[in-house]
Design a protein around this ligand. Structure first.
Ligand code: PEP
Ligand code: MG
Length: 910
């Protein structure tokens, strides 16, 4: 017969710790603890198979279930010497959910099940504590009424109906805490609760204990599909078909007086990773009191002086659990009249920062192997080592004071505080005066780059995780929140309205890039220790964080197969990236250099030029500046490959935008540019008009600019190669790689390969350097057509670099700048499993990438292939790149450690 129910008790369980899939995390933990001889109240687990069956069969149970539950229940009764529903000495149960992966607080629980008007009297007699019996009963009626019968607040703003009654009785009797209520008060509450259930739901609270039990089991299975649980699964990639188990377990009571209590703990510190037991407890309380926050629990260490024996036992058990499970455990316990019972153990959730530190410690302690240590931490979380941090006490105070005013998407981790500025020029000017500023914009564009760099952090109302603000912020290692729709920004009034709060220019604001929370006022921050060591402000020997970080990174490098490069536009970024382990530059976006200093002036002159000669004159001014930029980067990279992409964005991005600006601001900017260039505003407007495109992302950009204005690309190629020759002449090795954007056809590639070779070979010949400069010319793969004809393109291209931002945009036909309206819903409804701009869409974009790799390698066996879209720093995408055999991934400097770890994990997973 198929087994749906697994018993545990008296030192022996039918299941064990390996059966998480079948028994859920909690059930497997209870079984394993029972088998280890740890004190666990007896009970049984109804498997996740039942949940699957339940949903596949119109919410009906397998026919054998009743019988199997009955048998296990009888076994518990035998061990406990008490009977379920016995008015003289009743046995009570807890009924809890337990999925394969823990989903804290997302599903339902019922405690004290088996109480009714008769058994409550028996419980009072058996325990000699009438108040306790009635306290348990009122809790049960409220929980059952809520969870099983569904008596909940009707509106979001309503209070819990049972809490309203509780408060009412407390008020009438003058009780401050729940513990001040007398037996009489509790009896009254039970009556009021039942009346409320009858009045509001039209049903009677069930007195029959088996009816209670099946009601609770059904409610727990039902809660697998509640909104909270669904949302949580979405967030953590937990499949909907896993289902939950239900654990029915003998109740033990922490609310039996001063020698009883209950608590939760971790075998290590889950926030910081230190190896010490942490947690909290309450005396004379039941589990939900600790979580509900009605009473403030006490730190677990204080238990030692109150109940020393139970505490000693707890310390021994938690050590045993950690060494048995070889990972940090999160446990729950109850002490009933000085006797310790363990109610749960599971692998504890931890801050990513703590995860990495713990993994390194555990390897050192010999608890886990080096490979396990590399595999354990979430690769994404390693970025936490690099982010500036908020002082946690100050943050907690801000939460208490209600200063969190909005939430967006966490685009750049860390904490930043500054005075609000609503435009990039102000941000820069204020920062130059020594102010700390936050740049708050509806969205950002390349012209904001200097303001972004000057700001402590960036906050935008619009845009997703690959919006300009997000990718530039990550590249700069800035704290950033994007897509914070609650901000109603008014540039003109220089203020934003958030709910009922008004934030004006100059006000202090803080953003937490870990949690995407926007906080009123200033919070103190500190650079991370790792960054302090890398920038020479702190000695490596004085920073345990740095040592642990480096150890983990070195292990990762031993195992990974794919190289990690970086996207960097300046020598400073390049240097930091190398310190963080970058082995090359996979993308240097030259357009950002065009905004530096007085360059924008010459860029605009070039754009306004009517003739090739005029254009060349303007370019001649830009040439030495570009050359200097490239020389700086080559020096910083010291012989590592440097991939420079020729100009990519459409030219109108360098002129004021009619769409993005208010009419008066637009006029003003046009006037300023006209004055600067000594032409009439009408001329500027005419040029803007002429450059206007309906769909600029698919318009006159990328190598199409090089086709129509070859002199721009010629200038850039010459600047790159001359810089390389100069740096080589100074004895520093160089490896320039010239990259052509938005190539769709092999004809385009041929034009630019020829152009590059013609100019580069001439420059190199002239330079007559001792060591000849070698360069590569290749292309970005950003269009589906380029993937399909990759073999033809590879005849002329020595390398490919997947520009997956554009490749995703063009493959899915979704504009990367216009995803806000629908992509959220698409992901929620699983039309796309994930945001394809964050994680490579393997089925679509990924297949095209595979095709390009295959075709490219067929035509040119040793072609170097990498990726430089934002996906290059996203662990799941890094894994995919490893699997399809790319040579490198390239990502923003502060993502380099993430990619190193993700690449090692991909290699170890095989
Ligand atoms: C890309 O398209 O993936 C890319 C790296 O280029 P950009 O983001 O600058 O368009
Ligand atoms: Mg691109």
């Amino acid at each position: 017969m198929f087994k749906w129910v697994y018993f545990f008790g008296e030192g022996k369980a039918e299941g064990n710790g390996t059966q998480k899939e079948l028994l859920g995390g909690k059930g497997a933990g209870l079984a394993e603890m029972t088998n280890l001889g740890i004190p666990v109240p007896p009970g049984f687990t109804i498997t996740t198979d039942v949940c699957t069956y339940y949903y596949a069969n119109g919410q009906a149970y397998p026919p054998e279930l009743k019988d199997q539950v009955g048998k296990s229940l009888a076994e518990v009764e035998r061990i406990m010497g008490r009977k379920f529903g016995d008015p003289a000495n009743p046995l009570l149960f807890s009924v809890r959910s337990g999925a394969r992966a823990s989903m804290p607080g997302m599903m339902d629980t019922v405690l004290n099940l088996g109480l009714n008007d008769a058994t409550v009297v028996g419980l009072a007699k058996a325990t000699g504590n009438e108040r306790f019996a009635w306290d348990s009963y009122r809790r049960f009626v409220a929980m059952y009424g809520d969870v099983v019968l569904g008596l909940k607040p009707e509106k979001k703003t309503d209070d819990d109906p049972f809490d309203v009654l509780l408060d009412q009785v407390k008020h009438e009797t003058g009780a401050k805490y729940d513990t001040d209520l007398t037996t009489g008060d509790l009896k009254k509450l039970v009556r009021l609760f039942k009346e409320e259930i009858k009045k509001r739901l039209g049903v009677q609270f069930p007195e029959e204990v088996h009816e209670q039990l099946w009601g609770a089991i059904g409610a727990v299975f039902g809660s697998w599909m509640n909104d909270r649980a669904i949302a949580y699964r979405k967030l953590y990639d937990i499949p909907g078909d896993w289902g939950t188990a239900v654990n029915v377990q003998t109740m033990v009571f922490g609310n039996r007086g001063e020698t009883s209590g209950t608590g939760v703990g971790f075998t290590r510190d889950p926030a910081l990773g230190d190896n010490r037991m942490t947690g909290e407890f309450l005396i004379n309380a039941q589990g939900e009191d600790v979580v509900a926050g009605i009473r403030t629990p006490r730190p677990i260490a204080q238990l030692e002086s109150i109940l020393p024996e139970a505490f000693g036992q707890l310390v021994t058990i938690q050590n045993r659990l950690e060494s048995h499970f070889r990972d940090m455990q999160d446990f729950e316990f109850t002490i009933e009249d000085k006797k310790l019972w363990m109610l749960q153990t599971r692998t504890g959730k931890r801050h990513p920062f703590a995860a990495a530190r713990m993994a390194v410690d555990m390897e050192t302690e010999g608890l886990i192997t080096e490979k396990e240590a590399v595999l354990r931490p979430d690769a994404d979380g390693i970025a936490a080592f690099l982010s500036p941090i908020f002082d946690q006490t100050a943050k907690a105070a801000a939460v208490r004071e209600g200063r969190i005013i909005a939430k967006g998407l966490p685009a750049g981790p860390g904490g930043a505080s500054g005075r609000v500025t609503f435009n990039a020029a102000d941000a820069e000017a204020w920062a130059n005066k020594g102010e700390k500023v936050l740049l708050v914009r509806k969205f950002t564009s390349p012209e904001d780059i200097r303001g972004m760099n000057a700001a402590q952090g960036i906050l935008t109302a619009m845009g997703g995780m690959t919006s300009h603000a997000a990718l530039v912020a990550r590249q700069m290692g800035k704290v950033c929140i994007v897509g914070c729709g609650e901000l109603d920004i008014d540039y003109e009034k220089a203020q934003m309205v958030v709910g009922d709060k008004v934030v004006k220019e100059g006000d202090w604001l803080s953003i937490d890039g870990f949690t995407a929370e926007v906080i009123l006022g200033q919070l103190p921050t500190r650079p991370s220790e790792v960054v302090q060591v890398l920038s020479g402000e702190l000695n490596a020997e004085d920073s345990r964080n740095y040592q642990q970080f480096t150890k983990l990174m070195n292990w990762a490098d031993k195992h990974r197969k794919i190289q990690v490069w970086t996207n960097a536009d300046t020598p400073g970024q390049a240097e930091m990236a190398v310190k963080l382990g970058a082995e090359g530059i996979g993308l240097c976006r030259t357009e950002h250099m065009f905004f530096e200093g007085e360059r924008i002036h010459y860029v605009r002159r070039m754009i306004l030029s009517e003739t090739k000669e005029d254009r060349e004159k303007a370019l001649a001014y830009l040439f030495p500046m570009q050359k200097e930029d490239f020389a700086g980067i080559f020096k910083a990279m010291n012989g590592r490959p440097v991939t420079v992409r020729l100009l990519d964005p459409p030219l109108h991005e360098f002129l004021p935008s009619r769409e993005a600006l208010k009419p008066e601001v637009f006029e003003e900017k046009v006037k300023a540019v006209a004055e600067e260039l000594k032409v009439s505003p009408a001329e500027i407007e005419a040029r803007i008009e002429a450059l206007h495109e309906n769909n600029p992302m698919l318009g006159h950009r990328g190598c199409r600019l090089g086709v129509t204005y070859p002199e721009i690309y010629e200038m850039q190629i010459k600047a790159i190669v001359e810089a390389a020759c100069d740096v080589a002449a100074a004895g520093i090795p160089v490896r320039p790689e010239i990259m052509i954007p938005i190539v769709a056809t092999h004809q385009e590639m041929k034009i630019f390969a020829d152009m590059t070779r013609r100019i580069a070979d001439e420059v190199i010949a002239k330079a007559r350097a001792k060591r000849k400069v070698h360069y590569l010319v290749g292309t970005m793969i950003e269009l589906p057509r380029a993937c399909v004809v990759a073999d033809q393109i590879a005849k002329y291209a020595e390398f490919f670099s997947f520009g997956t931002n554009d490749l995703t945009q063009t493959t899915c036909g979704i504009s990367r700048d216009d995803v806000r309206g629908f992509l959220g819903e698409y992901v929620n409804r699983e039309i796309y499993g994930n945001d394809p701009f964050q994680r490579i869409d393997r089925e679509g974009v990924g297949e095209l990438m595979k095709m390009a790799v295959k075709k490219g390698r067929k035509a040119r066996r040793k072609i170097q292939i990498g990726i430089c879209g934002e996906h290059g720093g996203e662990p799941n995408s890094v894994e995919f790149c490893h699997q399809i055999g790319l040579n490198y991934v390239s990502c923003s400097p502060f993502r380099v450690p993430v990619a190193r770890l993700a690449a090692a994990q991909a290699a170890l997973k095989g």
